[in-house]
Design a protein around this ligand. Structure first.
Ligand SMILES: Nc1nc2c(ncn2[C@@H]2O[C@H](COP(=O)(O)OP(=O)(O)OP(=O)(O)O)[C@@H](O)[C@H]2O)c(=O)[nH]1
Ligand SMILES: [Mg+2]
Length: 173
């Protein structure tokens, strides 16, 4: 059990258009611009929320397909993730395009930042006949996996539980 030493700092990362800002807005009550085109978030946006007595600071990162630092968005995302500031990263992935999204997930895992995987857009996935076994994905990647549909606020409590659960990860903080 890791002692609650104050605020938990969480980075929201993921491919463009996976619903990061939608999740950020739902968690923090903020009103980041959300729209149906990629590359809307170009700088880091900060917000916070409290869950079960824990204060969580959250940073919404620009969407990137990798951390290769070949675009301004990738540089912003990469520098924040490797800065040592975030205690954990919530990586928002599009459940309907899981394979493509896993490239970035693996790169973030390689930074050694603790990861929570947010399997978002499950509605879009299931309408295309795609089912994802969250428990199996969690077992294979060795990280918690939470299923969400940001558009209908589904899975938000489970995501908050998983985030404050980082306080309980041995050696995570
Ligand atoms: N069907 C469905 N649409 C979603 C879901 N979450 C977000 N969206 C939609 O997906 C689009 C992109 O959402 P954003 O929250 O702006 O995505 P983002 O990851 O912040 O995008 P960038 O900042 O450009 O990387 C918007 O039209 C959202 O309404 C979801 O769970 N299901
Ligand atoms: Mg965004």
């Amino acid at each position: 059990m890791v002692e609650n030493s104050g605020e938990l700092k969480i980075a929201l990362a993921g491919n463009p258009n996976t619903g990061k800002s939608s999740i950020f807005n739902l968690l923090t009550g903020a009103k980041q611009h959300v729209g149906n085109w990629p590359g809307k978030t170009v700088a880091r946006a900060h917000g916070s929320f409290t869950h079960e007595g824990h204060v969580v600071e959250i940073v919404d990162l620009p969407g990137t397909y990798s951390l290769n630092a070949s675009s301004p968005e990738e540089i912003v995302a990469r520098e924040y993730l490797v800065s040592g500031v975030p205690d954990a990263a919530v990586v928002v992935v599009d459940a309907a395009n899981l394979e493509r999204n896993l490239y970035l997930v693996v790169q973030i895992l390689e930074t050694n930042v603790p990861v929570i995987l947010d399997l978002n857009m499950l509605d879009a996935a299931s309408s295309r006949g795609i089912q994802v076994d969250a428990a199996e994905l969690s077992a294979q990647l060795g990280v918690p996996v939470v299923s969400t549909v940001a558009r209908s606020s589904t899975g938000l409590e489970e995501l908050k539980d998983a985030i404050v659960g980082v306080f309980d990860w041995e050696g995570a903080l």
